[in-house]
Design a protein around this ligand. Structure first.
Ligand code: PLP
Length: 385
């Protein structure tokens, strides 16, 4: 069979698999337990934490979208990140970027402090820091590209090739782009992680996560751990998330189209100091993004001229953006990373990561793009009064 297009995979995942009534949309299996076929004769499922048909359809669909061999659906994106940490023993080294999602940073730092593994926090776009990290023989290299919130781009192909040479795993948090705009396993990574809370579900009504592995063996090892530590996703959340996945491709296209309109409004506006979006040729990661991504994505951030007062005034002047954490939903959100998504980082860590008080982040939704652009323009203009 020829390789399926992403839209076809997303729309048709689990469709027409119902053997009982030929339902087109797969039914939801809420039962926590499954009857044995006889004494010591387990059927395909026995207990929902270990395995669930609704969760399996989602896991298989996401694994296929990421071109992986195995998918493990978890209760949250953070649980998916925690799951990858199960690969590490106390003497193993985990290398993470200094500007990863604040919750990931908190998890890594606190687990390392308790002796779960050794940790090195580096700027992965700095070749000298990368050389030093590889010389220390890491077991896992964590990559988040584009990074949150500054959209720094890390070269997945280069890191993966170097990691292979020293026997390390590369795990990529692909939450910001979804498989529509980036497929890290095809670039040589071993593991992809998503907070499915974001673009994958896309409707801001489910919290969830997934780990997809390039190899079956690694997937089976992590699936064992997911059951062992009890972090697998619920049937209901899996059902809703699969419903969201069906429209992933057209949503991503619209998100991106709208974000490019907003980049145009922000770039060069008198009230704006810097715009961070990989589509800009001036963005330091633009060339790598062009090479390894299939789109530039719809997350963007920018620094306003002035301090927190200007940020507050700007956010108050917006009509079509909700002040909220999270991202990737159909609705547009505005966020102040220093006091919201990245508040788990102390001030020093924020400054090292380049997160300033005047930084604002947009998760650009799929409302009418021209209306969003007009809204942002009037809010920026109001800062010049
Ligand atoms: N990874 C990234 C890039 C995120 O932005 C987030 C949450 O904002 C997570 C992981 C954690 O996901 P969750 O909130 O589903 O636990």
């Amino acid at each position: 069979m020829t390789k399926k297009n992403l839209s076809t995979i997303a729309v048709r995942g689990g469709i027409e698999n119902d053997g009982q009534y030929n339902a087109v949309v797969p039914p939801i299996y809420l039962s926590s337990t499954y009857a044995f076929e006889g004494f010591d004769q387990k059927g395909p499922y026995d207990y929902s934490r270990c395995g669930n048909p609704s969760r399996d359809i989602l896991a298989n669909t996401l694994a296929e979208l990421e071109q992986g061999e195995h998918g493990i659906v978890t209760a949250t994106g953070t649980a998916a990140i925690h799951l990858v940490c199960q690969l590490l023993k106390p003497d193993d080294l985990l290398v993470v970027p200094h500007d990863c999602y604040g919750g990931s940073y908190r998890l890594f730092v606190n687990l390392a402090e308790r002796g779960a593994f050794k940790l090195k926090v580096i700027n992965q776009t700095n070749p000298a820091e990368l050389d030093e990290a590889f010389a220390a023989k890491p077991k896992v290299i964590w990559v988040e590209t584009p990074s949150n919130p500054l959209l720094r781009i890390t070269d997945v192909k280069n890191i993966s090739a170097r990691a292979k040479a020293c026997g390390a795993y590369v795990a990529v948090d692909n939450t910001f782009l979804s498989p529509v705009f980036q497929q890290p396993l095809t670039l040589g990574a071993d593991i992809v992680v998503h907070s499915t809370t974001k673009y994958i579900n896309g409707h801001s009504d489910v919290v969830g996560g997934v780990v997809v592995t390039a190899s079956k063996e690694l997937g089976e090892e992590l699936a064992w751990w997911a059951n062992c530590i009890g972090i697998t996703g619920s049937a209901f959340d899996s059902y809703l998330t699969l419903r969201g996945v069906r429209t992933l491709v057209p949503r991503m296209k619209q998100h991106q189209e709208n974000s490019l309109l907003l980049v145009d409004v922000l770039n060069g506006h008198e009230a704006v100091d810097v715009v961070y979006h990989p589509s800009l040729p001036t963005h330091p990661g633009h060339d790598i993004a062009r090479e390894q991504q299939l789109g530039f994505g719809a997350m963007l951030s920018f620094e306003l001229k002035g301090g927190t007062d200007q940020v507050i005034k700007f956010i108050d002047a917006l009509h079509h953006f909700s002040l909220a954490e999270s991202l990737g939903g159909v609705e547009s959100l505005v966020c102040h990373p220093a006091t919201m998504t990245h508040a788990a980082m102390d001030e020093a860590a924020q400054l090292t990561a380049g997160i300033k008080q005047n930084l604002v982040r947009f998760s650009v939704g799929i409302e009418d793009g021209k209306e969003l652009a007009t809204d942002v323009k009037q809010a920026l203009d109001s800062l010049l009064d």
